[in-house]
Write a protein that binds this ligand. Structure first.
Ligand SMILES: Nc1ncnc2c1ncn2[C@@H]1O[C@H](COP(=O)(O)OP(=O)(O)O)[C@@H](O)[C@H]1O
Ligand SMILES: [Mg+2]
Length: 511
């Protein structure tokens, strides 16, 4: 892969200011290519030819130019820094010419433009049906010619010439002169603006007094949508009722200006005003206009849908938290310990579900970054301290993003298991530092999610069997894992000295 910036730095003696000028030219030249209905190629003389032969991959690209053509013959050589094809017409060069090196003799017209510093027209026999026509434009920067922009076309290729084509070609001729004068590309150009209009979107040409002298059919359509139905030629946009800041600023500063323009009730266009400059004066401007109403409407719709989803999650979370606190209030009024505990467990389960909605309210979408839930889940499990013992709970690994319908049951399951470990593993018979570890992992091959909750406590009772347990917590875990997450779980007691319990869950990842 050859990058123009690398080529320019390695092969040409251009200083950084000149290189930046050429880069700006190449970032705005789709305009030129479209206006001229032609392929454009940027040639730059090579400063260090031996370097080119040794290090550049270009000479090996034999399909375009046979190797002999790049044999060092001394003298002037050019490297192709960039190439662009028109969106308004057929391309003339099928191959990628970037990086190609030519001896000056092979490019007589480019060479002439380079040496004389003027725009050169000519025809060359390149073995096609018809002679290839060339327009070679010297690119000036700081009063010096630093490159040659060549435009190649054939009357046989492309479209018939009508009024629009003639206007565009006249515009191109003006830009060509500006390139040769060193005033195009402009020192600032905001072509990087998202959704910037192109020639195909609509073109309006203004004279030096900002009168419209031409409007392309697409531009006329856009004006119609803005409520301007009268004939536009001869008037200024201001006279037609459109005050476009971009035009005023572009004429004043002699720089291109881009503006997103909203016309009530609901038409939005992007306008790019590029001044035409002759002998230092603004002699007119090209206005590229693009109707982005539908685009923006879609953006807004998406945004509002997004906001609505967030809001719903937010409310669900709030409601769940309210339910959770209602249960807490109620449990405080009870004297029966078993009833108190039942309510507080229900409260905790609901809080775990609320956590998922809290994340979804922040980042709506189908996927939940599960890692963000874990700290709160762990806090939830530790909230009930048991046997007055400090239990260290840690989490390792990650599940990445999981679908929302997996996140909710999974949060409840992990909360339940962690809670169990804290609650049951470290009875008064346990000595040592109480430790619970939650391991999260995704299997690279099967994409299954693996969740292990391990503790170093007393282990499950000998006769424990997950399939026929009647206790509520693990019944919930079992049913959620099997029937909602379509996975499986396995409970074993640790065999080493640490003892403890290992609860392993595997669930297929649907994302
Ligand atoms: N990590 C663990 N270590 C030892 N025993 C456990 C562990 N987790 C669960 N148990 C045992 O399994 C039983 C059932 O747990 P569970 O269904 O959550 O009910 P509960 O927590 O309400 O007792 C517990 O009472 C306990 O005896
Ligand atoms: Mg439990």
């Amino acid at each position: 892969m050859t990058y123009p910036a690398d080529l320019a730095r390695e092969l040409t003696g251009l200083e950084s200011g000149a290189r930046a000028h050429l880069e700006r030219l190449m970032s705005t030249w789709s305009l030129l290519s479209d206006l001229s209905f032609s392929d454009l190629i940027l040639h730059v003389p090579i400063d260090n030819f031996s370097l080119a032969l040794n290090e550049s991959p270009a000479p090996e690209r034999g399909h375009v130019v046979p190797a002999k053509r790049v044999s060092p013959g001394g003298g002037l050589h050019f490297v192709v820094l960039g190439q662009i094809r028109p969106a308004t017409s057929q391309t003339f060069f099928e191959h990628d010419l970037v990086g190609q090196i030519y001896v000056a003799d092979e490019l007589p017209l480019v060479c002439e433009a380079w040496k004389k510093g003027v725009i050169v027209f000519g025809e060359l026999d390149e073995g096609r049906e018809e002679l290839t026509r060339y327009q070679c434009i010297p690119v000036r920067w700081n009063n010096e010619v630093i490159a040659v922009l060549s435009r190649a076309w054939s009357p046989l290729v492309g479209r018939k010439t009508g009024g629009l084509e003639r206007t565009y070609l006249t515009l191109f001729a003006r830009f060509a002169q500006m390139i040769s004068d060193g005033v195009f590309p402009f020192v600032t150009d905001e072509d990087t603006f998202e959704d910037a209009p192109r020639v195909g979107d609509g073109v309006i040409v203004l004279d030096h007094l900002k009168h419209i002298i031409f409007a392309s059919p697409n531009a006329v359509n856009a004006l119609h949508r803005m409520g301007i139905t009268s004939s536009v030629t001869g008037s200024t946009l201001l006279e037609l009722g459109l005050r476009v800041e971009a035009i005023e600023v572009a004429y004043l500063k002699r720089l291109p200006v881009i503006e997103e323009f909203e016309r009530k009730p609901d038409v939005i266009v992007i306008l790019r005003c590029i001044p035409l400059i002759e002998d230092g004066n603004v002699v007119g401007a090209v206005l590229l206009i693009r109707d982005v109403t539908d685009l923006r409407r879609r953006d807004r719709l998406l945004l509002s849908k997004d906001a609505a989803i967030r809001e719903v999650h937010h409310r669900v979370k709030n409601n769940l938290q309210t339910i959770s606190s209602l249960l807490r209030l109620q449990s405080r009024r009870l004297n029966d310990n078993a009833a108190k505990q039942a309510l507080s467990e229900a409260e905790r389960r609901i809080a775990a579900i609320a956590l998922v909605h809290e994340i979804l309210a922040r980042e709506p979408g189908d996927q939940v970054p599960f890692g963000e839930i874990m700290p709160a889940l762990i806090r939830l499990a530790r909230d009930g301290e048991f046997h007055g013992r400090e239990v260290n709970v840690e989490c390792e690994g990650s599940l990445g993003e999981v679908p929302a319908e997996v996140a909710t049951p999974l949060a409840v399951v992990i909360a339940e298991l962690t809670q169990n470990a804290v609650e049951h593993a470290f009875t008064e018979h346990f000595n040592g530092a109480a430790h619970v570890k939650i391991d999260l992992a995704i299997d690279e091959n099967t994409q299954c999610l693996h969740i292990d909750v391990t503790d170093n406590g007393v282990g499950f009772p000998e006769d424990f069997n997950i399939d026929d347990t009647k206790s509520l917590g693990l019944s919930i875990v079992r049913d959620l894992v099997r029937s909602q997450l379509f996975g499986d779980l396995n409970i074993v007691n640790g065999k080493d000295d640490n003892g403890g319990a290992i609860v392993s869950i595997v669930i297929p990842n649907k994302s």
